[in-house]
Design a protein. Structure first.
Length: 202
């Protein structure tokens, strides 16, 4: 059987179908009132199929970003030494390359309708912290003062999540996430611009 529909459009994967079903239900009846069984019934797949792709219903929203954060962490860990600022900015910017509007973007834009604002804020904090630690660890390895590295890591983590929320608020397809993230990162200072603060941080 062809993997394309009659219109030539590729059939959605089970993962995409599950994410779409989950978001429909989150909008219709609220995030907390929706169960994994509800999602699998709507998507027409088994519970085991759901857990092949997602660890929980919350993972439906975060899985794509989590994969990119993991890739970012590995890149910052494995790349050879060099210009710390340039390597960090390049790696963090790459996190947004090709990022298309997905279930997280929809949830960010429709948090009130889904009844998920508090949940999103908590989970966004977890992702900010993961990015912050990955960046800080790389900067420390490059000889950046530990306190500077922690503060800059937090700034990078904040820039990523702020960019995603701003991009989502603009609506699907209105802009590219990488452009919004680039603007957000322009606000984050370079580590070498903070050298004059070494005495105060010592």
């Amino acid at each position: 059987m062809s993997s394309e529909s009659r219109t030539g459009r590729p059939k959605a994967s089970s993962r995409e179908t599950l994410a779409e079903a989950a978001c429909e239900l989150f909008l219709e009846q609220g995030y907390h009132a929706t169960s994994v069984s509800d999602i699998t019934t709507r998507a027409g797949v088994s519970r085991s199929s759901f857990f092949n792709y997602f660890a929980s219903k919350g993972d439906v929203l975060w899985a794509a970003l989590d994969e990119r954060i993991l890739a970012l962490t590995r890149r910052l860990r494995d790349e050879p030494a060099g210009d710390a600022d340039a390597r960090v900015r390049s790696a963090v910017t790459a996190l947004a390359d090709g990022f298309r509007p997905d279930s997280l973007a929809l949830a960010a834009a429709q948090a009130e309708a889904m009844g998920i604002r508090d949940e999103l804020q908590r989970e966004a904090g977890v992702r900010r912290a993961r990015i912050a630690e990955a960046v800080a660890e790389r900067l420390r390895r490059e000889g950046v003062d530990p306190l500077q590295a922690e503060v800059l890591g937090a700034a990078y983590g904040g820039a990523v999540l702020a960019a995603i929320w701003r991009w989502a608020a603009r609506g699907p397809g209105r802009s590219e996430l990488v452009d919004v993230l680039t603007a957000a990162l322009a606000v984050v200072p370079r580590a070498d611009s903070l050298d004059q603060a070494d005495g105060a941080l010592a």
